[in-house]
Design a protein around this ligand. Structure first.
Ligand SMILES: Cc1cc2nc3c(=O)[nH]c(=O)nc-3n(C[C@H](O)[C@H](O)[C@H](O)COP(=O)(O)O)c2cc1C
Length: 198
């Protein structure tokens, strides 16, 4: 039987999504699954079709993935079209190709509904290249200022977003409890794709 090959692709500005990506990678490896962890950087060369199961994640930025992630995925779609890997009309599912989308978000205003557009966006990309999307995973992540400047939001606003939002107090999240829950979730997904005999 062919062994499954997994990719964990992520973008992260402050490290929250990176923590989630790294835990997914650890779970795959401890399940003896060949897995590659890649942080999205400018100029990344990557062929999704080399992987049977792709985990793709990003922080939620204004309800969507980072611009870097969206630009990368749009370019990949264009490249696959131009190379004839996907038709220009209805896209057939590719047997044995699966994707899972994941996000971290602060959800201060409307909780997980702020993250769903992001994972739906990424899921739609994978649908367009013939992957069956198995799941969309959302993990709370503390909001920090990543170079938007001190005039973007003052410390008090950050404090209230992180302590009085829809998810409650999310300081320090994703924390070990979030990652342990994630671990169980990922293991279930992997087990469903690699059933053990007997
Ligand atoms: C510029 C900016 C915009 C953001 N927009 C949203 C948003 O629309 N909804 C949300 O729930 N969180 C939003 N967040 C919070 C981040 O998604 C969250 O803190 C995430 O865990 C950061 O992940 P990272 O550490 O991997 O970069 C925003 C954060 C920044 C810096």
């Amino acid at each position: 039987m062919k062994t499954m090959n997994t990719l964990v692709l992520f973008d992260s500005m402050g490290g929250n999504t990176q923590k989630v990506a790294e835990r997914i990678q650890q779970v795959a490896q401890s399940n003896d699954i060949d897995s590659t962890l890649i942080r999205l950087e400018e100029g990344l060369v990557l062929d999704f079709y080399e992987y049977d199961l792709v985990f793709a994640g990003s922080p939620v930025i204004e309800w969507l993935p980072t611009k870097k992630m969206m630009d990368f995925l749009k370019k990949k779609l264009k490249d696959y079209r131009l190379s004839g890997d996907i038709p220009s009309t209805a896209i057939p599912l590719r047997p044995g190709k699966f994707a899972v989308c994941f996000s971290t978000n602060c959800g201060a205003h409307i909780g997980v509904d702020e993250a769903s557009p992001m994972t739906e966006w990424v899921a739609s990309f994978f649908g367009h290249i013939g992957y069956q999307v198995l799941d969309k995973i959302h993990v709370p992540g503390e909001m920090r200022n990543f170079g938007q400047g001190s005039d973007w939001m003052d410390e008090q606003v950050f404090e209230s977003l992180n302590t009085q939002g829809k998810y409650g107090n999310i300081k320090g999240r994703p924390n070990e409890k979030d990652l342990a829950k994630l671990e169980t979730h990922i293991k279930q997904i992997l087990d469903s794709l690699t059933p053990t005999s007997g």
